[in-house]
Write a protein that binds this ligand. Structure first.
Ligand code: ATP
Length: 369
């Protein structure tokens, strides 16, 4: 059964701006779902509607077996954690965590049991008497989390909870959150603009753009099989490269031509599916990891490119290069052997069994889904 269900949900702000359009999603009990997309895509608005902090303009939201459109936030049995921890500065960690329970008139010994239990889980036991200002950013975020957990809600809602942490702490706190979810199994909706955070945390991710869901699925499924060019560009780092061109038939094979010297024969198994698109404009999507300097064991094709910038990352190196028609291509290559020289031409092998083909345009559909 869906614990949280959004049916044809729309949001139009009073100024007439439609921030969320026909949003449909069933979230299962215990699931960790991440709303992800660029700034302004409507992910926070959707979360805030689930929380009851924004009115729903159309459609319905259910939590458990009741429609909550008109239910006050405090009666929805959910707990929200924001980017700004919103802790009470004058209260100790203990009191911050106990506050919501006190308001609900939970008996004192029950409050004590829950606060101490959760503090132990989150490694906050030693800090229960401290004030928020005596804590690091990461510790404050854990208190905010603890405050949500002690309420034992039906669902957690997170709005960019890690954005105030530095890069290293983000990664460790992210792992802690995941471990916590595996233990508590509380239904969670999490909002982030960071696709890596979405990929690592979510059982499913919901990729949004301009108020619309572009794709919903397990992270790796979305990564491997993006529905359209927008999703392909948004999920994965560095972003997928796109080459504009057209398909041409040559004997039994179908070849991608960019019209400026690049010719990439498609994988033979794909020729039949690509046949209807011969002669039409097409966009070839190549992830940076699909390039290699040597034959890769995949179905390789080769192309020449000029190396512009080389960025070593440790075990890999990002090579920015250009061709006549594509000035910004990135290849992520293993950092072994001789470094790739900036300013020179290289031959790149392309794993043609892994590349994607799209119709033209920012939201061009992927062919051969
Ligand atoms: P961000 O990561 O920047 O918060 P988001 O995807 O969460 O982005 P929302 O905050 O949901 O985006 O906003 C979606 C759109 O609705 C944006 O274009 C925003 O400018 C607009 N919007 C948000 N709040 C209001 C409001 N009160 N009145 C009018 N428009 C609003």
């Amino acid at each position: 059964m869906a614990l949280v269900a959004l049916k044809s949900v729309n949001k139009t702000y009073p100024n007439g701006f439609q921030a969320v359009k026909d949003f449909n999603l069933d979230i299962k009990d215990g699931e960790f779902v991440v709303f992800v997309g660029p700034s302004g895509c409507g992910k926070s608005t959707t979360l805030r509607m689930v929380a009851g902090l924004e009115d729903v303009s159309g459609g319905s939201i259910s939590i458990g077996d009741r429609v909550v459109n008109d239910v006050h936030p405090k009666d929805r049995d959910i707990a929200m954690v924001f980017q700004s921890y919103a802790l009470y500065p004058h209260m100790s960690v203990y009191k911050n965590m106990a506050f919501a329970l006190k308001l609900r008139k939970v008996p004192k010994d029950e409050i004590d049991r829950r606060v101490r239990g959760v503090a132990k889980t989150l490694g906050l036991t030693e800090m229960l008497d401290r004030k928020p200002r005596q804590l690091s950013g990461g510790q404050r975020q854990r208190v905010a989390l603890g405050r949500a957990i002690v309420r034992e809600p039906k669902a957690f809602l997170f709005d960019e909870p890690l954005s105030n942490l530095d890069a290293k702490l983000r990664v460790t706190t992210r792992a802690e959150l995941k471990a916590l979810h595996q233990r508590l199994k509380t239904t969670t909706i999490y909002v982030t603009h960071d696709q890596e955070e979405a990929m690592t945390l979510g059982d499913r991710i919901v990729v949004m753009s301009n108020g619309l869901i572009q794709q919903v699925g397990p992270p790796l499924e979305v990564y491997r099989n993006p529905r359209n060019r927008f999703v392909a560009a948004f999920v994965g780092t560095p972003p997928m490269n796109f080459l504009d061109g057209a398909l041409e038939k040559r004997g039994d094979s179908v070849v991608f031509l960019d019209g400026a010297g690049i010719e990439l024969p498609s994988h033979p198994a794909r020729a039949a599916a690509l046949a209807p698109h011969i002669g039409k404009p097409i966009v070839l999507g190549i992830r940076p990891q699909m390039f290699a300097l040597e034959p890769s064991g995949h179905s390789d094709a080769v192309m020449r490119a000029r190396v512009n910038v080389v960025e070593p990352l440790g075990d890999t190196v990002d090579v920015s290069c250009s061709t006549t028609r594509s000035p910004h291509l990135v290849a992520r290559l293993p950092a072994r052997g001789n470094p790739v020289p900036a300013g020179q031409d290289v031959t790149l092998h392309v794993a043609m069994d892994l590349v994607h083909y799209f119709e033209p345009g920012e939201f061009g559909a992927k062919l051969m889904l």
